[in-house]
Design a protein around this ligand. Structure first.
Ligand code: PLP
Ligand code: CA
Length: 302
């Protein structure tokens, strides 16, 4: 538990922060990029941190892509990152099944996109649904009982821009008819600000839809759940106190960093404003805050 007020990042404390930390964990959207556009100064800042020997890790709640697809995205934006530096909630869903010894004989029904399907496959699991069921239909007033595969042992729900009534019915049948069926949520982000023009519904609404019909609470694997931290820790020989989580969202990134004992740096290049931070109803306070990631470079004079 932190007790002091959040500190504005300054030329006085930026270098100390960098020196005291061995790994930086970066949220992606709103920190590294906004949608398809790189945030100013990110490339030089990451290079500076790498040149100082810092480990860099990228943690995103967006399950639409796999780690391989994210590595391509980083590369296309001029950042070289290896797949094993990327922790996406799509990967987390597959790893949750793995560490819980989910039998590869069972199947996984997906409300989600290609990223989840690919991570499941790479982990040795059979995913059903997802993009394949985009055009299928079901209707509660017509007598159109759908067949569902009885070997489904888990339902994974993430962002799905082609969610439909068929997928909801399929997922609901899997969970309600098999009490042992796992219900896994990649993340519960309420909305995203993926373009400048307006906010759009995030995976939270898909997860809530399945939660509503199944009357079950999902197991969350993305931020702020600490599930991904176990994987991160296996990469490092030091502990969380030597890590700093940099993010734009208080209720996912900063909470994730704090609940795992990392230092936290909030940036205003994404969804949170200075007035959100100072709002009396906000109870999540980062250790540091600043405008954007490249302030680490500018203020530390590195
Ligand atoms: N979920 C979806 C569908 C998104 O598109 C995004 C950002 O683009 C996010 C979640 C949040 O991602 P991050 O954790 O990188 O901010
Ligand atoms: Ca973010």
């Amino acid at each position: 538990e932190r007790t002091s007020e959040p500190q504005l990042l300054s030329s006085g404390n930026a270098r100390d922060l960098i020196d005291s930390v061995e790994a930086f964990l970066f949220d992606c959207d709103g920190v590294i990029w906004k949608g398809e556009k790189l945030v100013d100064g990110v490339v030089d800042t990451l290079e500076m941190l790498r040149s100082k020997g810092k480990k860099l890790v990228f943690v995103t709640n967006n399950s639409s892509k796999s780690r391989r697809q994210y590595a391509k995205k980083f590369y296309s934006l001029g950042i070289s990152v290896s797949e094993d530096e990327i922790f996406s909630s799509s990967f987390a869903a597959a790893m949750f099944l793995k560490v819980n010894n989910f039998s590869p004989e069972k199947k996984v029904y997906v409300i989600g996109e290609a990223g989840i399907m690919e991570e499941l496959q790479l982990a040795g699991f059979t995913g059903l649904g997802g993009p394949e069921d985009a055009k299928k239909t079901a209707d509660l007033y017509l007598d159109c009982a759908i067949e569902h595969d009885k070997s489904v042992g888990a339902v994974v729900v993430g962002i799905d821009r082609h969610i439909n009534y068929y997928k909801l019915q399929y997922a609901t049948l899997c969970i309600r008819e098999n009490p042992g069926c796992l219900f896994i949520a990649t993340n519960r982000d309420a909305v995203g600000h993926f373009t400048e023009s307006q906010e759009t519904p995030g995976a939270g609404c898909m997860v809530a839809a399945v939660g509503g019909s199944s009357e079950k609470e999902p197991i969350l694997v993305g931020k702020p759940s600490t599930f991904m931290m176990d994987f991160l820790l296996k990469k490092f020989e030091f502990g969380c106190s030597k890590m700093c989580m940099v993010g734009d969202r208080l209720d996912t990134d900063i909470l994730f960093g704090q609940s795992t004992g990392c230092k936290t740096l909030l940036v205003f290049s994404g969804v949170t404003t200075q007035s959100n931070l100072q709002d009396p109803s906000n109870h999540i306070q980062p250790d540091y805050y600043t405008g954007k990631v490249s302030d680490l470079l500018e203020l530390s004079g590195s």
